[in-house]
Design a protein around this ligand. Structure first.
Ligand code: NDP
Length: 284
């Protein structure tokens, strides 16, 4: 039976560490601030933004929320990003994705000052991850790495399989595992023999977005299984990509959904905001 990796507990410890760092900056007269921009009224995005606000309050980070109507024009959003780039009270800028169709997401991301890009989505920060010289790691893959580390299993020399190749999860996840000397395979919708490849993984990360996608025969006995997926099952209940009940019996370690990767993503955002505040104020 797998050991459950408790993302709630681990993320609470990360947030406590961040809170201590934020308090230490405050003693030196430095406030830490995060701007969160939400365009439109997507209910899931609203939930994410509220959770980020709550985490800021817990960590002592000032949060500046901007809620813009769904019909906001691209130039209006770009103007707001420009204003936030220039505001010294704002150390980090997060534009909640997805954006409405009239707005070019890449253009908006590119407009964020790299030193305030706490999601690590700008081209420069993505490039820095590639060469292994970075200030910020994208929040979800960084959270997954912390969860893997919590198991005590070393990535060095292990077979690592990442299912999914998105720019925000799959690709950077693979890169982080590679930096730790894992032997990494990235699978996607064109992969042949996906089940067989997964079944050889010592560390399996699934970021597909399909409930029940990873079944027990696809998992190696004793593997570390990290489930990034956030889906609704037939009953409308939140679930991951992994058939948890069956895989739990076979894996060595497994993350639940909810309570696994999700809370870690927010904790890493808090950590990146603190890092940004330190960098912008020349604090080691
Ligand atoms: P994307 O939709 O951008 O990427 C999904 C990936 O899965 C693609 O690379 C796609 O392949 C691959 N895929 C889809 N179907 C198959 C298949 N049948 N076989 C193999 N590969 C397949 O999603 P994201 O990366 O943004 O997110 C993935 C999941 O993680 C979602 O459920 C999302 O909600 C969740 N998520 C959770 C977060 C958290 O904090 N817990 C944060 C971010 C995301 P191809 O490229 O070939 O199309």
């Amino acid at each position: 039976m797998a050991q459950i990796i408790d993302g709630k507990k681990i993320s609470a410890a990360v947030k406590a560490e961040v809170a201590a760092g934020v308090a230490a900056l405050k003693e030196r007269g430095i406030e830490t601030g995060l701007a969160v921009v939400l365009v439109g009224d997507d209910p899931a995005s609203r939930v994410y933004v509220n959770n980020k606000k709550k985490a800021c309050a817990l960590c002592g980070i000032r949060s500046f929320e901007y809620t813009l109507p769904a019909e906001t024009k691209e130039e209006e959003l770009l103007a707001l990003v420009g204003k936030l780039n220039a505001d010294p009270a704002v150390n980090g800028i997060l534009v909640q994705l997805p954006l409405p169709p009239q707005i070019d997401e890449q253009k908006v991301i590119a407009a964020i000052a790299p030193e305030k890009d706490v999601d690590a989505f700008t081209e420069g920060n993505v490039g820095r991850i590639m060469i292994g010289d970075y200030h910020f790691l994208p929040c979800t893959p960084a959270g997954c790495m912390t969860l893997i580390d919590s198991t005590g299993v070393s990535v060095d020399g292990k077979n690592c399989v990442v299912v999914g190749r998105s720019n925000i999860v799959g690709k950077p996840m693979a890169m982080l595992l590679l930096h730790r000397n894992g032997t990494v395979t990235i699978c996607h919708s064109h992969t042949k023999n996906l089940a067989e490849i997964c079944s050889q993984a010592d560390i399996l990360v699934s970021a597909v977005g399909k409930a029940g996608f990873i079944t027990a025969p696809m998992v190696k006995e004793g593997a570390v299984v990290i489930d990034v997926g956030m889906n609704r099952n037939a009953e409308g209940k939140l679930c991951g990509d992994v058939d948890f009940e069956a895989v739990e019996k076979k894996a060595g370690f497994i993350t639940p959904v909810p309570g696994g990767v999700g809370p870690m993503t927010i904790a890493m955002l808090m950590r990146n905001t603190l890092t940004a505040a330190k960098l912008q104020n020349g604090v080691e």
